[in-house]
Every structure is written in structure tokens, then in C-alpha cells.
Design a protein around this ligand. Structure first.
Ligand code: COA
Length: 332
């Protein structure tokens, strides 16, 4: 099987940093509650910079880091739930800003599992298309624009930023397992503009209420406890299934990069897998949950710290709105 290798990574986070104490000024919360229940201490918040800008900055860094030029990129994949425009795709804007001329570009909306989905897609294109050899994945998220800052159970969890990676064809094994449980679509959602215009009566708008009865305008609604249970069972399941395909077990992995939603979720997932927490890379304390940007930012940090050695078995695992989940395992 034609495999892939990550040859460059990049990241971008906005300048503004919000600490737990800052949230005490706007909702009834405490540093102690947030730290104990989530593991988060600070997060970066967009100073107004759009998602495409964060994606382009992270993407430029990843291309420099990989030593590739815009002409080397055949495909741009952008994972985000917070594009700046309904159309065009954020991937198209990033492609233009980076001067990538000989490529096609696609947006992927798979929430916090987006980067794992994009890696899988990159591998499939590389494996089946002779004209796709190098792929740029950018994962920018302005997730705090969906956050209701009167809802203490969600507003403390999220931050903004972008991660990126350059992927190329290689003789290196890569296996993934992706799954979606659409019946859980009502567990995390944020509504876009409702349909209807001057000539229609909008009678059928009740369909919105049927499936998604909660929520406040476009702000994110989340059934926190149900998502928590979903995550703690599906993260181990995804990792196990991806490892099965690769012919080893999660215990054989040298390092696991999980989606950074909640320290306790990762702790429970590690316990459910019978693995020490030390195998899992964590930076949630500094960034909070940045949706699909979490995993590529972790990858960039690990590479910067020289913690990934050639031949290391790496596991990535994500879950999120959809509900979606998935894992990828590969040799670094
Ligand atoms: N500060 C203080 N108290 C808070 C609070 C906050 N920021 N947020 C919620 N609480 C309160 C609740 O109101 C509740 O109070 P009550 O008992 O008086 O009703 C209490 O804390 C316990 O709430 P609960 O929801 O049971 O807490 P929890 O331990 O389950 O933690 C989450 C809540 C949201 C942190 C947790 O459920 C979670 O992380 N879920 C998954 C979220 C996730 O991963 N989302 C992203 C998916 S990609």
C-alpha cells in the first residue's frame, strides 16, 4: 500500500490569552472548577483575525518547515467548522493567499476529528491519483465566535488557533479508522442562517425545532455529559480499530495525540485502554479545545521538541460534533 509521511508542520495562535480568572468576571465559575473538571488554565482568543488568515499563517509555516514551495502542493485540504464565508471554501482562500497555483482545494467539516479525516483523505488521494503527491492540510478554528459567553458550561472550554501539516507520498505504513454516529447530531450543534425569503411563508421552519430544540441563535449548544460518555468510549474504540488494521495494539504505540477536549476525558480513555497517561500528549492546559486545530498543533509542538523519532509508532485520535470519531496510526 502506498503510504504517507508528515514532512512539515506549522501553527498559529492569536495574541490574546484568557486565563480562568478572566471568566470569573463574566460567569459564576472559579479557577478551581475549571482546572479540576477540564484541565484548562488558559486559551488564545481571536483578536478578530479570520479563520483563513490563521490557516494561511499556519500553512505557510508548515510549507517552510517541510522545505516545499507553493508549486509542490497538489491538494489543499482545510478542516474547520468556523469558515469565514458560506462560499467560497476556506481552502480556496488559503490556497490563493499562499500562492498555490497548481492544486485543487477542498473544505472538510468533521468538527474536532477533522484533521484525522483530512489525513485519511490525503492518503487516499495520494494512493490512487498519480497527480497528487503532496498535500497541505490547514486546520484553522475561530471556535469562540460560536460560544455563548453567558453559558458557563461551554464558554470556558474553547480557544482559537490553527495547525497545519504537509503530507507527502512515502513508503510508510498509515492506517485509519473513521466513523460517524449521525443520530447524535443533536448533541453538539450551532445553527447557521435559517432558510426563507420575502416570497415564502417559512411554515416549515418548525423542522429546525424537531431535531434541535435547544440552542440560542447561532451559538453552540452542547449536551456536555452525553458527549463526555461518547468520547470516553469512542476514543479507545477508534484507536483499537486503527491499530487492528495495522496489526498491532494501542500498547505498541510510542505516543498518542488525542483531541484536547477535556483532561478527564483523556485520563478515562487511557484507563479504558489500560495505558499509562504518559503515552498521551497533552497541551489542553495552555490552549483549551480548538476543535480540529488541536491535533496538528500537538504534532507541531512534538516535532519542535524533537520528541518524534523515525520509526516511532504514532496514534492520533479525535471525536466531535456529528457525532464523529476516528483514529490514525502511522510510523513517523
Ligand atoms: N464553573 C462552575 N460550575 C460549573 C461550570 C463552570 N464553568 N460549568 C458547569 N458548572 C456546574 C453545573 O452547572 C453543575 O452544577 P449543578 O450541579 O448545580 O447543576 C455542575 O457544575 C456539574 O455539571 P456537569 O455538567 O455535571 O459537570 P461535568 O463534570 O460533567 O463537566 C463538562 C462539564 C462540560 C466540562 C464535561 O461534561 C465535558 O467536558 N463534556 C465533554 C465536552 C466536550 O468534550 N466537548 C467538545 C467535544 S469536541
Amino acid at each position: 500500500m502506498k503510504g504517507i509521511k508528515i514532512i512539515g508542520t506549522g501553527m498559529y495562535v492569536p495574541e490574546t490569552v484568557a486565563a480562568n480568572e478572566d471568566y470569573m468576571k463574566i460567569v459564576d465559575t472559579s479557577d478551581e472548577w475549571i482546572t479540576q473538571r477540564t484541565g484548562i488554565k488558559t486559551r488564545h482568543l481571536s483578536d478578530g483575525e479570520p479563520s483563513w488568515y490563521m490557516g494561511a499563517e499556519a500553512g505557510r509555516m508548515a510549507m517552510e518547515n517541510a522545505g516545499v514551495s507553493p508549486d509542490d502542493i497538489d491538494l489543499v485540504l482545510c478542516t474547520s467548522v468556523t469558515g469565514d464565508y458560506y462560499t467560497p471554501a476556506t481552502a480556496n482562500i488559503v490556497q490563493g493567499k499562499l500562492g498555490i497555483e497548481h492544486a485543487f482545494s477542498i473544505d472538510i467539516n468533521c468538527a474536532c476529528a477533522g484533521f484525522v479525516y483530512a489525513l485519511d483523505m490525503a492518503r487516499r488521494y495520494i494512493a490512487t491519483e498519480d497527480d497528487v503527491n503532496t498535500v497541505l492540510i490547514v486546520s484553522p478554528e475561530n471556535i469562540t465566535k460560536l460560544v455563548d459567553y453567558t453559558d458557563r458550561s461551554t464558554c470556558v472550554l474553547f480557544g482559537d488557533g490553527a495547525g497545519a501539516a504537509v503530507i507527502t507520498a512515502a513508503d510508510a505504513p498509515f492506517y485509519s479508522y473513521l466513523m460517524a454516529n449521525g443520530y447524535g447530531a443533536d448533541k453538539i450543534y450551532a445553527q447557521s442562517i435559517r432558510p426563507g425569503n420575502a416570497f415564502t411563508n417559512r411554515e416549515k421552519a418548525e423542522r429546525f425545532q424537531e431535531l434541535f430544540p435547544q440552542g440560542n441563535e447561532h451559538y453552540m449548544y452542547m449536551a456536555g455529559n452525553e458527549v463526555y460518555k461518547f468520547a470516553t468510549t469512542k476514543m479507545p474504540e477508534a484507536l483499537q480499530k486503527a491499530c487492528e488494521k495495522a496489526g498491532f495494539t494501542p500498547g505498541d504505540l510510542d505516543i498518542i495525540i488525542p483531541h484536547q477536549a477535556n483532561y478527564r476525558i483523556i485520563q478515562t480513555a487511557a484507563k479504558n485502554l489500560g495505558l499509562p497517561l504518559e503515552k498521551f500528549y497533552l497541551n489542553i492546559e495552555r490552549y483549551g479545545n480548538i476543535s480540529s486545530a488541536c491535533i496538528p498543533i500537538c504534532l507541531h509542538e512534538l516535532r519542535g521538541q524533537n520528541r518524534l523519532k523515525p520509526g516511532d509508532k504514532v496514534g492520533l485520535v479525535g471525536f466531535g460534533a456529528g457525532l464523529v470519531f476516528g483514529a490514525a496510526v502511522f510510523e513517523y
